[in-house]
Design a protein around this ligand. Structure first.
Ligand code: ADP
Ligand code: 5GP
Length: 197
């Protein structure tokens, strides 16, 4: 991609949502997308294996490490991170362009470090939102009730959450996800205001 063309495009808007795992980010994003059709989900590339029910090109572009490295070399990523040990995730510039070409605003669901990188590139054209559970105890309960992770994986996510929470005040908005319906409505309002809807 022509770099000049892309830097012109960063004048477009982007919504960035990040959160410690288990905070309710996926739940809130699903509700947001249903209420704001002007948004489109940016499908990241990643090197992990698809989970049951996940579809290539819908949930992620599931690619090999070799292909991922090729994309890095070609400067195809807006940002990329090794989010978990040996597992790479990245936002493709082409994905953002695909969405802008539909006159929609991309919503990127990415980890805290990636989120700050995108925020830095888009500046006032980015709305960055950090979603937070009311407490670490509630976060732990949500991860346990979700029933998708082993005890070891839950502990790993909780350890990471402490680190991620230390970045919360670098985002434009912190949204506490206590009562789901209230948090969902707040998120819709924040996004609509940013998009002047
Ligand atoms: P994330 O995408 O941040 O990892 P999820 O959306 O998967 O989190 O939510 C984690 C778990 O918490 C899920 O089982 C979800 O149904 C539940 N959950 C989400 N928001 C709330 C809330 N406000 N109150 C209670 N449970 C919630
Ligand atoms: P999961 O493997 O559970 O789908 O996602 C793990 C984490 O990777 C989540 O925190 C998610 O937000 C993050 N993630 C997904 N896509 C990207 C991406 O393109 N870039 C970065 N930096 N993180 C991502």
């Amino acid at each position: 991609m022509n770099i000049k063309t892309y830097s012109t495009l960063t004048k477009q808007k982007v919504i960035i949502i990040t959160a410690p795992s288990g905070s309710g980010k996926s739940t809130l994003i699903k509700k947001l997308m249903a209420q704001v059709p002007q948004l489109a989900f940016s499908i990241s590339a990643c090197t992990r294996i698809a989970r049951q029910g996940e579809q290539n090109g819908v949930d992620y572009h599931f690619i090999s490490l070799e292909t991922f490295k090729e994309h890095i070399k070609n400067d195809d990523f807006l940002e990329w991170e090794m989010v978990y040990e040996g597992k790479y995730y990245g936002t493709l510039k082409s994905e953002m362009q695909r969405i802008w070409a539909q006159a929609k605003t991309p919503l990127v669901d990415i980890d805290v470090k990636g989120a700050l990188k995108v925020k830095d590139q888009f500046k006032e054209n980015a709305l960055s939102i950090f979603i937070q559970a009311p407490s670490i105890d509630v976060l732990k309960q949500r991860l346990e009730h979700r029933n998708t992770d082993s005890a070891e994986s839950i502990q790993e996510r909780l350890n990471k959450a402490h680190y991620e929470l230390s970045f919360a005040n670098q985002f434009n908005q912190i949204l506490i996800n206590d009562q789901l319906e209230i948090a969902s409505q707040q998120l819709v309002e924040i996004v609509k205001k940013f998009l002047s809807l």
